[in-house]
Design a protein around this ligand. Structure first.
Ligand SMILES: [Zn+2]
Ligand SMILES: [Zn+2]
Length: 389
């Protein structure tokens, strides 16, 4: 097929530049909503490739939309580029960024012949866990008129339709009263005890939640000195469920555990955030099948992971996109085992040869999937006919 060959040639031409772009982003990790360098480099690359680039969309300085082609079928490729605190690009978003740009530019080569409009959407702050970049962009109408969206995420394995569950992150604060911990403890209200009671209650709650629900968190402030009764403590928690509905069933139970800490100690409780949860991912089955065929044509294999895959469920704001329009979020292997995402060892893998290969294969498999969506009359009509919310 000529269009696929055209996309492949373009990908081949860009191979070294895309790897260099991925490595440069990896070398300058930036946290969510602070990805100034990464978004500038990506926008430059896309502008040089002839895309019409709009930066700072939806009042998010590091978000962008780059558009090429003018056809009736409008496909968005999402690029993520935020890193994690302390461990840098331990989720491989440097690879995602370069891969999505590569896919967009390769597909743009053949967009006019195929009746496609291609948008590469720069989506900041996926790792922030609440109010993710894609949620802002969805609310700001960036995906209005888009018929399908895609991105591919680095992982230890290739998976066409990974299980991605709903998640909500929030902050908890307790305010007690400081006092001398030895001389006048009866005059203090211990905010650290409040957190201890809450964590104990959460530990007991685990017996009564579904196997598919999750609760995990960290203490972000535990006190100032062992001889001062802690007056202020705080924590960050994430709750997850298979779906937004299952997540919302869990939320009041976890809140009650934090309330227990306040009741037991007399400290005042504040819970902030958590009001823009990440939704579960609904993969479009036909798009996912097309992606898998294309990735297999490049020599990739999709192992049957069975129970491992059922258990290993993360969350992403791409889930929110998938509830609004047909979308896919496959995993692509960077052959990192035993290292897995969010480990510093994974960070090191994200610039190895296997990572660059995943970048290239993912870019081309996405570009070919866009060609398939354009060529398959039934699928194309389904995507175009869909009435958006
Ligand atoms: Zn991550
Ligand atoms: Zn990630």
């Amino acid at each position: 097929m000529d269009a696929k060959r055209g996309a492949q040639e373009k990908c081949g031409e860009m191979r070294d530049e895309l790897a260099a772009l991925s490595h440069r982003i990896h070398g300058h990790p930036e946290l969510g909503f602070e990805e100034e360098k990464a978004s500038a480099w990506l926008c430059e690359f896309l502008a040089d490739a002839g895309f019409n680039v709009e930066r700072g969309v939806c009042d998010l300085p590091t978000a962008f939309v780059a558009r090429a082609g003018g056809g009736p079928l409008h496909i968005a490729v999402c690029a993520e580029y935020d890193a994690l605190p302390e461990i840098g690009h331990a989720c491989g978003h440097n690879i995602i960024a370069a891969m999505s740009v590569g896919a967009g530019v390769a597909a743009a080569q053949v967009a006019d012949d195929l009746g496609l409009t291609i948008s590469v959407v720069g989506t900041p702050a996926e790792e922030v866990g609440d109010h993710g970049g894609k949620i802002h962009l969805l609310e700001g109408g960036i995906f209005a008129g888009v018929h399908a969206a895609m991105m591919v995420h680095p992982a230890p394995f290739d998976v066409a339709t990974p299980r991605i569950i709903a998640a909500s992150m929030f902050d908890v604060h307790y305010e007690g009263k400081a006092s001398h911990a030895s001389a006048f403890p009866e005059m203090g209200v211990n905010a650290a005890d409040a957190l201890t009671v809450a964590q104990t209650a959460i530990g007991l709650l685990r017996q009564h939640i579904l196997p598919t629900q999750r609760i995990h968190g960290i203490t972000t402030k535990g006190g100032e000195a062992p001889n001062v009764i802690p007056a202020h403590t705080s924590a960050k928690y994430i709750i997850r469920g298979q779906t937004l509905e299952e997540l919302e069933e869990l939320r009041p139970k976890v809140h009650r555990c934090f309330e227990a800490g306040a009741v037991a100690t007399g400290a005042a409780l504040t819970i902030a955030g958590g009001d823009k949860p990440y939704a579960e991912m609904v993969h479009d089955p036909e798009m996912a099948a097309a992606y898998q065929r294309n990735a297999e044509a490049l020599g990739r294999t999709f192992p049957d992971l069975g129970a491992v895959l059922e258990r290993a469920a993360g969350s992403t704001d791409m889930g929110n996109v998938s509830l609004a329009l047909p979308a896919i979020h496959p995993f692509i292997s960077i052959n990192s085992l035993p290292a897995v995402n969010h480990q510093p060892e994974f960070t090191a893998h994200c610039v190895k040869e296997e990572a660059d290969k995943a970048l290239f294969d993912g870019a081309l498999a996405m570009a070919w999937t866009m060609v398939d969506l354009a060529h398959d009359d039934v699928l194309r009509s389904r995507l175009i006919a869909r009435v958006q919310d």
